[in-house]
Design a protein. Structure first.
Length: 96
């Protein structure tokens, strides 16, 4: 039987597997960094375009922290850890 794929030694196969994991980690790092700005943009758009407070009509004593804008702001703050790690790594001269 003829095979089109080259025969890889154990070392070469392990090297390719590590590079594949590195690419997956790079994608995961990007996704971690994408969360905080996405939630900040959602908060901004909801606030500017008028997300509305339909609950305020039914509950006049509702907290000003209820609603979508505060929720998006909190989610952005909770997901800012990767950005803080990236910034602190660059300031200390580390690899990030």
């Amino acid at each position: 039987m003829i095979s089109n794929s080259p025969d890889l030694s154990g070392h070469e196969a392990a090297s390719q597997q590590r590079s594949g994991r590195a690419a997956a980690l790079g994608a995961a790092d990007f996704l971690c960094l994408a969360a905080a700005p996405a939630f900040a943009i959602m908060a901004l758009l909801t606030g500017v375009l008028g997300g509305g407070q339909p609950g305020m009509l039914c509950a006049p004593d509702a907290s000003p922290l209820s609603g979508m804008v505060p929720m998006y702001v909190l989610m952005s703050a909770f997901h800012s850890a990767p950005w803080l790690r990236l910034i602190s790594g660059r300031r200390s001269g580390g690899p990030g």
